[in-house]
Design a protein around this ligand. Structure first.
Ligand SMILES: Nc1ncnc2c1ncn2[C@@H]1O[C@H](COP(=O)(O)OP(=O)(O)OP(=O)(O)O)[C@@H](O)[C@H]1O
Ligand SMILES: [Mg+2]
Length: 574
């Protein structure tokens, strides 16, 4: 039960509506059960007519009118019952989804590395829906069963205790059977769903990687793999269908048993003159009314179990804390940045990406970071923008530890051009606007001019309003990279981190971009991570990393004077 307790604050929010719902449930049941009483009376009138024909036609009409009237009133309340209970459950679902999404946004990169995207999506969609099914239909039907049973019992007992006990006896079995069958169905649907999402990600992967598949002649293999996974899906679906096929026959069997008992026991009671024909007729209807609630009892119990499991999964993510310390409140002011013995180990792989790295960049200066792939360059960039937190050592700005600053205020003034230039599937304009939502058209044009992408954008049919497709699929690697540079520049940042951001452009364009942004770079503190001497030669200071350690450092001029990694690379690239 514990995991579901977390729903209490949400339920409390809609307390009034839910209580009203309970009230409507009671009213619906009272009126619908009452209408049955008149059916019984009507049947008695008819059977009396057969015995001694007299003119009770008007009385019969009156009964019919009552049946219709009560059914109508009960219908109106049923409408209100759904309007309150089901609508509240939808609202709670919405609140829960929003809260989970907001929480997701606050979690750090480490969390995203440790969890699969599919899993994140499932918890916010399927698990939340499972919880909603419990909150809406689940709660509604349990309350409904309780009150309906109470009211119907009163009416039934009023007629005959013996008949009541006999006719109700099979119904608890109905609940148990439905519970068992629902559980198996749930289990199997879960397997079908898992198989389905496996196929979805497989298909998604194969479409995204269609270029690789075609160029390596892997179509046949892919088709085979696909057939294998659909075969698995087929088998699981058939197994599910077989279990589902049991559901109705079993239900009908038990209900049939109840009917036979009413007929047999009721018949004997009638023959002994204890009850009337109308009583038997109304008993059939009472049993009929109780079938769905007893069925739903089994169903609701399994709904509740599912909701519990889902809520446990949701809670797991809601309880996940960002490893980034967000307690800092001080407004960030750019200044001398200092790394002191900073080490970082990726928690998911245990790879120590940085080992006691120390360096300093003064405000407005440019630092170039070079080194082989996997040497820890991007890790420094992520530490600076506080996407990850150092495991040991200190990062200070103006001698103040970086975690004393308000996280938001750091990101306000810091621009990152990440190594993989990610674009959202929106227009180019909107993608650049992400850098600074207050940017005017002029600022966006200016930034794209600096990034040497302005002319290319105007060359597209719809210019800045061109949609870039999923992850920018319609653009070339170099175009994506330059849009991502424009996005970083439009912010007028005080701290810029270029992570290998010119790797996909030719050296001529690289020169041009570096020339264009010279002013921005001089104004801001810049970190340029690069594999090219041409990008690093104008920096104020250069760090060379290898396996997470600094192996060489100095101004480009000094480094060119000493034998070492930098000079070797200079010779090769020249
Ligand atoms: N998300 C991650 N999870 C686990 N380990 C990682 C992750 N990202 C990087 N690493 C590891 O950390 C080390 C440093 O990676 P980093 O990305 O900082 O290298 P880099 O110098 O930027 O390389 P490149 O020039 O290829 O971009 C590598 O050994 C890498 O395997
Ligand atoms: Mg990198």
């Amino acid at each position: 039960m514990n995991s579901l307790k977390r729903l209490n604050p949400y339920i409390n929010r809609y307390k009034v509506q839910l209580l009203l719902g309970v009230f409507f449930i009671i009213l619906t049941n009272v009126f619908s059960v009452y209408s049955i009483k008149y059916v019984g009376k009507a049947v008695d009138l008819i059977s009396d007519y057969l015995k001694s024909p007299s003119n009770n036609y008007a009385l019969l009409l009156q009964q019919a009118g009552m049946i219709i009237l009560f059914a109508l009133i009960s219908g109106v309340f049923k409408y209100f019952m759904r309007q309150t209970v089901i609508v509240s459950s939808r609202k709670i679902e919405n609140d829960l989804k929003n809260d989970i999404y907001t929480h997701y946004q606050q979690l750090s990169l480490t969390f995203y590395r440790n969890n699969k995207i599919g899993d994140l999506m499932n918890r916010i969609t399927e698990d939340v829906s499972a919880v909603r099914m419990y909150l809406g239909p689940g709660i509604m039907y349990s309350i409904n069963l309780f009150f309906l049973l109470m009211i119907v019992l009163c009416f039934m007992l009023d007629v005959s205790t013996y008949l009541t006990i006999c006719s109700l006896a099979p119904l608890p079995f109905l609940s148990i059977v439905i519970y068992k069958v629902s559980n198996t169905i749930n289990q199997k649907s879960k397997e079908v769903q898992a198989s389905q999402s496996g196929i979805s990600s497989f298909v998604q992967d194969s479409f995204s990687g269609i270029r690789v598949i075609k160029s390596f002649n892997k179509e046949d293999k892919i088709i085979n793999d696909y057939n294998e996974s659909t075969l698995d899906y087929k088998q699981k679906s058939i197994s599910l269908a077989k279990t589902e096929a049991f559901f109705f026959p079993l239900m009908l069997l038990i209900i049939g048993l109840s009917y036979i008992l009413v007929l047999y026991v009721g018949g004997t009671e009638y023959m002994e003159g204890r009850i009337s024909i109308g009583d038997i007729a109304s008993f059939f209807m009472y049993i009929n009314m109780l079938i769905w609630p007893f069925t739903s009892l089994g169903w609701v119990t399994s709904l509740k179990q599912r909701a519990k499991a889902s809520m446990t999964r949701i809670n797991e993510f809601i309880d996940a804390k960002s490893e980034i310390d967000e307690s800092g409140t001080q407004e960030f002011h750019n200044g001398t940045i200092e790394f002191k013995d900073v080490s970082y180990t990726y928690p998911n792989t245990g790879i120590e990406a940085l080992k006691k790295v120390s360096f300093k960049i003064e405000k407005g200066k440019t630092l170039a970071i070079m080194g082989k792939t996997g040497s820890g360059k991007s890790t420094i960039g992520m530490l600076l923008s506080r996407l990850i937190e150092p495991k040991s050592g200190k990062i200070k700005v103006n001698n103040i530890p970086i975690n004393k600053f308000d996280l938001h205020s750091i990101r306000e003034v810091c621009s990152v051009v990440p190594q993989d230039s990610f674009l959202f599937s929106e227009t180019i304009y909107e993608n650049i606007l992400i850098g600074n939502s207050d940017a005017t058209d002029e600022m966006i044009f200016e930034a794209s001019k600096k990034a040497c992408i302005y002319d290319s954008i105007l060359g597209f049919d719809q210019g800045f309003q061109t949609k870039v497709g999923e992850r920018g699929i319609t653009l070339s690697g170099g175009q994506k990279q330059r849009i991502s540079i424009a996005r970083a520049l439009v912010k007028n940042p005080e701290l810029i981190i270029f992570d290998d951001s010119l790797s996909a452009v030719d050296t001529e364009t690289e020169e041009q971009i570096l020339k264009n942004i010279k002013h921005d770079i001089q104004k801001a503190t810049s970190v340029i991570i690069t594999h090219r001497i041409s990008s690093a030669k104008n920096a104020d200071y250069v760090l060379i990393l290898e396996n997470g350690r600094i192996i060489q450092e100095g101004t480009p001029k000094d480094l060119l004077k000493q034998e070492g990694w930098f000079l070797d690379l200079y010779r090769k690239q020249n």
